[in-house]
Ligand binder design. Structure first.
Ligand SMILES: NC(=O)c1ccc[n+]([C@@H]2O[C@H](COP(=O)([O-])OP(=O)(O)OC[C@H]3O[C@@H](n4cnc5c(N)ncnc54)[C@H](OP(=O)(O)O)[C@@H]3O)[C@@H](O)[C@H]2O)c1
Length: 235
């Protein structure tokens, strides 16, 4: 797909990977709508970009947003949806585990209600995560959510053809998602997390957005997952 002149909706477009995607779509000449629950946090708005408020878990609000903004060619969701449970499975807080699936429900809502507003040439990209296929101890919740996202992409791709849907799978990426760690503690944590990876550093949001842009541009790719993860699956 030639991105210039196309209309793109990016859920989770106010921070991290979503925001970098908004910036790159804007640079490539798209008209972009960046969406999150707190639009005011995006103070430096890229060119040709409108910021809107919507919670991906609110189906009525989502349908109203799509009706207002459609038709559109590009649909991206990087919205985390809510919190996530971490820790050993045998000690898991089961409400926390179930709540981690807010990411999946947000993605399913976005795809289910966004599809009808897209032409046959349309392209959808969701963001999964390396634990889907390389689950370290303590990551079972995010692993099972990511696995479900990737399974959904493969299944939905067959039903919506010729529209395309793909997932981009990040490794460990320096975004506001890690804001619980500050300053030196953050640097130390990042080194500990990544030192055994093939590329031993945190990824950048811009590198992730490049993967998303590839999946939008290449009309021969659907139903698959692109790993932009510093080789973490082999680490
Ligand atoms: N960073 C990593 O290391 C990493 C690794 C693997 C996978 N991922 C995945 O990559 C995606 C993006 O993560 P990120 O690191 O860029 O996170 P981030 O910087 O925290 O950004 C998350 C974005 O999602 C929005 N959002 C969250 N819940 C929402 C909801 N219910 N409705 C609408 N918008 C919502 C947030 O805005 P509001 O809070 O204002 O709504 C924000 O714009 C996520 O799916 C995450 O699981 C990240």
């Amino acid at each position: 797909m030639e991105i210039s002149g196309k209309k793109a909706l990016v859920f989770g477009g106010t921070s991290g990977i979503g925001l970098a995607t908004v910036q790159q779509l804007s640079d490539l000449g798209a008209e972009v709508i960046a969406i999150g629950r707190n639009p005011e946090k995006l103070t430096d708005v890229p060119a040709n970009t409108t910021v809107k408020k919507c919670d991906v878990l609110d189906r009525e609000a989502l349908q109203a947003l799509f009706a207002e903004c459609g038709p559109f060619d590009i649909l991206v969701s990087a919205a985390t949806g809510g919190g996530r449970a971490v820790g050993p499975f045998a000690e898991m807080d089961m409400d926390g585990y179930q709540a981690s699936f807010a990411k999946l429900w947000g993605y399913t809502n976005v795809v289910r209600f966004g599809l009808e507003h897209m032409p046959d040439t349309g392209s959808i990209v969701l963001v999964s995560g390396s634990p889907a296929r390389n689950c370290n101890p303590g990551q079972i919740a995010i692993s099972s959510v990511g696995g479900a996202v990737e399974a959904m992409v493969r299944g939905v791709a067959k039903e919506i053809k010729p529209k395309r849907i793909n997932a981009m799978s990040p490794g460990l990426v320096d975004t506001p998602m890690w804001s619980a760690f500050k300053g030196e503690a953050r640097d130390t944590h990042y080194i500990k997390l990544t030192q055994n990876n093939l590329i031993p550093r945190m990824g950048t949001s811009e590198e992730q957005a490049q993967g998303i842009i590839f999946l939008i541009q290449n009309d021969f790719v659907t139903g698959t997952v692109l790993d932009v993860d510093g080789g973490i699956l082999l680490s």
